[in-house]
Design a protein around this ligand. Structure first.
Ligand code: SF4
Length: 360
C-alpha cells in the first residue's frame, strides 16, 4: 500500500504533507492525523495556510455516500472537517443521494434514512457545529448549483469520463460525476459565499475526481472565475480482520452505532501485528505498523502523542502482549462509544434543523 501512495507523489504531483507541517504549526496546532502521517499528501494546502495567516475566509467541501452504516473508517473524514471548522472554515457537506440511488441502486427511503440518522446525526454527535455549516442532499439544493452542473456538461468529454471510470460509463455515472464537480466547485460562486480557497480532504482513491475538478476549474476560469480546489489525502484504515474495511462485511469494521459489547467483541477478534507465540513476542516485540488494533488507537482512540508513543514502545519492546493491549484498547473503545452514543440521542433530535430532507 505504501508503494501505491508513493505513486501518487511520483506520477500525479501530490506533495508530502509533512513538508507543510512547519508552516502550519506557525498558525495552528496540526491535527493528530496530520502529526502522525495519516494525512500524508496534499495539493495546494499552502492556500489554506495562507488563508489562516491572513484571516482570509476558506471553505471545506466533503461528501458522504449514504449506502450503509457509518463506521470508524468514515469518522476520520469528519474529524478533519470538525478540526477545520474550529479554525474558522465554512463547511459544505454534500450527501451523494443521487449516486447512491442511480449507481448503487439503493432505495430512496434507505438513502434518506442512512444520510440523516446514520451520518448527519453521528457528525453532530462527534462535535460538528451548526455554525458555518451547509449540509445538503444533491437532489435538493439551490438552483445556482444545478446551473453549474448543467454548464459543466459542455466542457467535459466522454473520452475523459471513460478514461477515469471505464468503458461502460452510463447516464447515472455521468450525472454523478457532473454533480460531484459542482459539489467541489460551487462554494466559489458568489451565491454560496465566493470562497476562493476550498479544500477537499479525501482518500487517495478519490484523486481522479480531484484532478478532473481542477481541470474543469481551469476550463471555466475566465467564464466563471473558478480556481483549482486544494486537497489532502489520508491513508485508509485496514479492516479489523486485515484487507479493506467494507460496509458489506460488518466484522471488518466497528460502526459508531454498534452496541459497545458488540464493538469490543469485534476488537478482541481483530488481527494484530503480534508474533505467533508469547515467547517470540517477548523476544522480538510486536509490529504495530501492521496492526489494526494499533491503527484504531492511533487514528481514533488516543489523541495524546506521548500516550500513543508509550503503547508503541511497550509493543515494540515485547513488554506488552496483544491480549493485554487489546483489553486496554477495548476499554478506551467502550468509553468512547458510550459517551458518543449518549450524544447521538440528543443529536437525532436536531438533525432536521441542519439539513433540508427531501420528500421522496
Ligand atoms: S501489542 Fe498491541 S499494538 Fe502491538 S501488535 Fe499486539 S495488539 Fe498490536
Amino acid at each position: 500500500m505504501i508503494r501505491e501512495y508513493d505513486k501518487l507523489f511520483k506520477y500525479f504531483g501530490i506533495k508530502p504533507f509533512k513538508d507543510v507541517l512547519p508552516e502550519l504549526r506557525k498558525v495552528a496546532e496540526p491535527h493528530h492525523l496530520m502529526r502522525r502521517g495519516i494525512i500524508f499528501g496534499h495539493r495546494d494546502f499552502e492556500k489554506v495556510i495562507d488563508a489562516l495567516k491572513t484571516g482570509k475566509k476558506f471553505a471545506i467541501l466533503t461528501g458522504l455516500m449514504p449506502s450503509g452504516r457509518m463506521h470508524f473508517g468514515h469518522k476520520m473524514v469528519i474529524d478533519q472537517v470538525i478540526y477545520y471548522q474550529g479554525l474558522g472554515a465554512e463547511i459544505f457537506i454534500a450527501i451523494a443521494d443521487i449516486e447512491a440511488y442511480a449507481v448503487r441502486k439503493i432505495s430512496r427511503e434507505d438513502v434518506i434514512n442512512y444520510a440523516v440518522n446514520e451520518y448527519v446525526a453521528n457528525y453532530l454527535a462527534l462535535g460538528l457545529k451548526r455554525e458555518r455549516l451547509h449540509i445538503y442532499f444533491q437532489s435538493n439544493y439551490a438552483k445556482e448549483y444545478y446551473r453549474l452542473l448543467q454548464m459543466f456538461s459542455r466542457k467535459v468529454t466522454m473520452a475523459e469520463l471513460r478514461d477515469i471510470y471505464g468503458e461502460d460509463v452510463g447516464p447515472g455515472k455521468i450525472m454523478s460525476v457532473l454533480t460531484q464537480m459542482a459539489d467541489i466547485l460551487h462554494p466559489q460562486l458568489k451565491h454560496f459565499g465566493g470562497f476562493d480557497v476550498v479544500l477537499v480532504p479525501v482518500g487517495p482513491d478519490q484523486d481522479p475526481h480531484l484532478r478532473l475538478s481542477r481541470d474543469v476549474a481551469d476550463r471555466y476560469a475566465s467564464e466563471l472565475g473558478l480556481k483549482r480546489p486544494a486537497s489532502t489525502y489520508h491513508r485508509f484504515m485496514t479492516g479489523l480482520l486485515g484487507g479493506k474495511m467494507s460496509s458489506s462485511k460488518p466484522e471488518s469494521y466497528i460502526a459508531l452505532t454498534d452496541d459497545p459489547d458488540v464493538a469490543v467483541a469485534k476488537l478482541m477478534k481483530a488481527l494484530t501485528g503480534g508474533r505467533p507465540t508469547a515467547a517470540e513476542q517477548r523476544r522480538l516485540g510486536g509490529e504495530p505498523e501492521k496492526c489494526p488494533v494499533y491503527e484504531m488507537l492511533s487514528y481514533h482512540l488516543i489523541t495524546d502523542d506521548r500516550e500513543l508513543e508509550k503503547v508503541y514502545t511497550r509493543c515494540r519492546s515485547g513488554e506488552m502482549l496483544c491480549g493485554q493491549c487489546k483489553r486496554e484498547a477495548a476499554e478506551r473503545l467502550r468509553k468512547f462509544l458510550e459517551e458518543h452514543q449518549r450524544r447521538l440521542e440528543r443529536a437525532r433530535n436536531i438533525v432536521d434543523k441542519v439539513v433540508d430532507i427531501p420528500d421522496f
